[in-house]
Design a protein around this ligand. Sequence first.
Ligand SMILES: *[C@@H]1O[C@H](CO)[C@@H](O)[C@H](O)[C@H]1NC(C)=O
Ligand SMILES: *[C@@H]1O[C@H](CO)[C@@H](O)[C@H](O)[C@H]1NC(C)=O
Ligand SMILES: *[C@@H]1O[C@H](CO)[C@@H](O)[C@H](O)[C@H]1NC(C)=O
Ligand SMILES: *[C@@H]1O[C@H](CO)[C@@H](O)[C@H](O)[C@H]1NC(C)=O
Ligand SMILES: *[C@@H]1O[C@H](CO)[C@@H](O)[C@H](O)[C@H]1NC(C)=O
Length: 392
Amino acid sequence: MKLQASLSLAAVILACGSFFVVDAQNVTVTCEKGLYPPDSKTKVGTYIINLDLPPEQRWAQLAKDKATEIKALIDSFKEFILDWGPATKAIIEFLDSKGGDLDATLPYPFAGEIKGLADNTGINLGEMLLYNLFYEFFTVCTSIVAEDPSGALYHARNLDFGLFIGWDVKNNTWAVTERLRPLIVNLDWQSGGRTVFKSVNFAGYTGILTAVKPKLFTMSMDERFNIDGGFVGIIKWLLGDHKQKWMGFLTRDVMENATSYSQARTMLANTVMLSPAYFILGGNQSGEGTVITRSREAAVDIWKMSNASRWYILETNYDHWEAPLFLDDRRAPAHKCMDAMGQKNTGFAGIFNVLSSQPVLNKLTTYTALMKVSTGELETYIRTCKDPCSPW
Ligand SMILES: *[C@@H]1O[C@H](CO)[C@@H](O)[C@H](O)[C@H]1NC(C)=O
Ligand SMILES: *[C@@H]1O[C@H](CO)[C@@H](O)[C@H](O)[C@H]1NC(C)=O
Ligand SMILES: *[C@@H]1O[C@H](CO)[C@@H](O)[C@H](O)[C@H]1NC(C)=O
Ligand SMILES: *[C@@H]1O[C@H](CO)[C@@H](O)[C@H](O)[C@H]1NC(C)=O
Ligand SMILES: *[C@@H]1O[C@H](CO)[C@@H](O)[C@H](O)[C@H]1NC(C)=O
């Protein structure tokens, strides 16, 4: 069955505080079918991160393997922020010269891990810090927690990254997004030879955006745009206000240390952070799916699957009680395709198809991750969206 829905898109988009004008157009949503499993060449491999090692040594192998790719990404990110003018140039120079001092202010184990990453890649410590910071601000996504008829919970997401960071006119691609794909790895975080949790990471990033703690909970983070959000936080932090926690450090703490769904929810709801965010949390019991809408200070809303009156809960990058930005509506197509799939077809294949339907899949999509909490399964596929494909 092909489901068609017509979405009217109009003129102005506001994201990350900038205006972009594009042509009005109508987009047709076609719910994909039969795409799972995709080409095995797109499936990402796994590295073990041994939490019993000193932080400086944990990333040695991965850092060596991916040094060239991490450097390429930092270079294109620097090009992008240097385009903003002299103030950003000063920030880069500040980071290059003061990286060591700043790194020393980070909490355990991040100071040591980022130092180890810098040493093993040969990248300036300040730039390695910047690399770990910028995921706080540019992560555009779709996350879904869904329950099958037996009560088993699935959590899946597309990670879209780099909205408006460097459109490559020649290649018709987003430059940063292109450079992220080779960095995608699954990580198996172990202690005492046992898996503590599994995550999908961009190599060299020490925080967590997508992860499963087997038999306990699953988590993903979606960016929440807010004009006074990220940048105020980053500037305050650079100026020495270190009371707020980096989003990525909070999510890492939750995955490492929380021992239940409710403890994870409390930590995600109540810790003061550098930037606003949406946290999507799934548990291992029927009905345990929550979207936590965060300001920097605390949760402004906790939306449960039961409130959504559905067998799934879905979040993109807009407050669930507001309409999404009309030019960037991935929510309505995702709902259409989830409803067309139906609860009885909930599973990796069905959800993968939903996350493959444009514009839920778009040119910024770097990966699709599929998690099943009861078994601890995590499958990640690198995504590319061939023309014609939005955004634009
Ligand atoms: C979009 O669709 C509506 C109705 O379906 C139509 O009236 C309108 O002209 C279309 N706009 C464009 C730009 O095609
Ligand atoms: C997790 O859920 C599965 C069913 O999906 C169930 O069999 C298992 O007992 C649950 N585990 C815990 C720790 O609740
Ligand atoms: C874009 O294409 C050019 C060749 O036309 C290539 O050299 C360059 O690496 C490409 N850029 C990206 C980001 O893929
Ligand atoms: C986990 O908890 C321990 C003990 O409180 C703490 O030292 C460590 O920093 C925490 N891990 C993270 C990633 O925050
Ligand atoms: C969600 O449901 C609970 C009761 O289950 C209710 O107290 C709460 O107000 C609801 N929240 C929203 C946002 O609808």
